[in-house]
Design a binder for this molecule. Structure first.
Ligand code: GLU
Length: 450
């Protein structure tokens, strides 16, 4: 049995019934085979066995009181996955689908994503199976306070620095920051994604979406192409999708879709950002209301999606930006995109394409930027927020944005060079995984057995 087969068989025995986590581990480990053929040190130091085992997992009860006075209970998580490169760093997700498997897949991805940024941040992730959608502002506040009342003892500016993710934006970060400060008495950079008024970084809100488009620009440039006039499909309607759309428009591309869990909008004139923002940033209205302002647009509810597919990907396009959630783009969707002539996919979400879809993209030799590289701009800018907090400075929007551009360029180059080094120049999945893994693994070896 090869080293990898051994590790897989041990992994499967110890992690049953965790589909997302298994998918993420397979996706990374399978692309590392050529590295292990060249270098024996990783096997000698049992790096894989260590890297797939989280350093620490915290699971806790979150009890809070709803508006009727009833006490409600959710399950909270924080996984401190790997600290070889720096303090644990990664977002917090509030969504009913949050489970041990989802948190572990996200934490595992975060290790390599954070490594690719070239910055000093370890990998972590957190969350709760709490659905903020149908909760009042007061309920959301009390939930955030209850969540931090347990988590505060495990985090700190040089220990573990959470941020937002799905269901957690600057409002929730504010409630968590306030609670942390009240309990500990410390005003420190313990969370990122704060509002700029009280310690946040300018351009952090925009960073994931902008970074995902900068990454796409580099993929295009390598083939002497650009953004101008390209028809783009974007999924999602949160921060990542909104600022992906904004940057695409600034660069002369035409993003024609956005979506949420209920359906999607197709606007052939290009998505009107002001309308989208007004629907989503306040009350999280249905996208169907977009039609009130733009009667030419088309709304398709999820119930009308073709069998087993996501309707967004059936819109003909040049470039695709999955910016919603994991496994939102399957093999059928990938076939539809390819048949319609789509030649670039840049992932703003974490693991949005299923393994079968990724294989189709790689076989078709289109430009494919995997999430852990293409969406790393968010966490990279979080680290810039930590740097500003530690030095008690606030940088301008332009300063942060220009650093973000450089970081995304550097990530692209690392992925492309590593892919070339291993004889698969088009394969940025292999490039990202090997480049990220090497950085973490080498640091682990140098820091002794742990
Ligand atoms: N949740 C984001 C991600 O998936 C950002 C994490 C952070 O800023 O720490 O990378």
């Amino acid at each position: 049995m090869s080293y990898l087969d051994n590790v897989f068989s041990h992994f499967h025995q110890h992690n049953p019934h965790q589909p997302e986590f298994t998918q993420a581990v397979h996706e990374v480990l399978e692309t590392l085979a050529p590295l292990f053929e060249r270098e024996s040190k990783y096997e000698e130091h049992s790096i894989l066995e260590r890297i797939i085992e989280p350093e620490r997992q915290i699971v806790f009860r979150v009890a809070w009181t709803d508006d009727t006075g009833k006490v409600r209970v959710n399950r909270g998580f924080r996984i401190q996955y790997n600290s070889a490169l720096g303090p644990y760093k990664g977002g917090i997700r509030f969504h009913p689908t949050v489970s041990p498997s989802v948190i572990k897949f996200l934490g595992f991805e975060q290790i390599f994503k954070n490594a690719l940024t070239g910055l000093s941040i370890g990998g972590a992730k957190g969350g709760a199976d709490f659905d903020p959608k149908d909760k009042s502002p007061g309920e959301v506040m009390r939930f955030c306070q209850a969540y931090i009342t347990e988590l505060y003892r495990h985090i700190g500016a040089t220990v573990d620095v959470p941020a937002g993710d799905i269901g957690v934006g600057s409002r929730e970060i504010g409630y968590m920051f306030g609670q942390y400060k009240r309990i500990t008495g410390r005003y420190e950079g313990v969370l990122t994604g704060k509002r700029p008024l009280w310690g946040g970084s300018l351009a952090r809100t925009e960073a994931t979406g902008y970074g995902c488009v900068y990454f796409a620009q580099h993929m295009l440039k390598a083939r002497n192409r650009d953004m101008e006039g390209r028809i783009c499909v974007v999924s999602g309607a949160g921060n990542v999708a909104i600022y992906t759309i904004e940057k695409l428009q600034q660069l002369g591309a035409i993003p024609v879709t956005c979506s949420d869990s209920r359906g999607f909008i197709y606007d052939k004139h290009g998505i009107n950002l002001q309308t989208l923002q007004s629907l989503k940033e306040g009350a999280n209205e249905s996208l169907e209301l977009y039609l009130k302002y733009h009667p030419d647009a088309v709304y398709t509810p999820v119930s009308d999606y073709p069998d087993g597919q996501n309707g967004v990907w059936s819109v003909p396009c040049d470039l695709a930006f999955p910016c919603a959630t994991q496994n939102e783009l399957n093999a059928k969707d990938a076939q539809t995109l390819l048949a319609n002539g789509c030649f670039l996919v840049s992932e703003g979400a974490n693991m949005p394409s299923t393994p079968e879809a990724v294989e189709l993209f790689l076989n078709a030799k289109i430009l494919y930027g995997p999430g852990k590289a293409a969406n790393a701009g968010g966490v990279a800018t979080s680290q810039l927020e930590m740097a500003q907090n530690a030095s008690m400075q606030q940088w301008s929007f332009e300063q942060v944005d220009s650093r973000l551009k450089l970081i995304m360029e550097n990530i692209y180059r690392q992925c492309a060079h590593t892919a070339e080094e291993f004889g698969e120049p088009n394969n940025l999945v292999l490039g990202a995984n090997i480049a990220g893994f090497r950085r973490v693994a080498d640091a682990m070896i140098e820091q002794g057995v742990y």
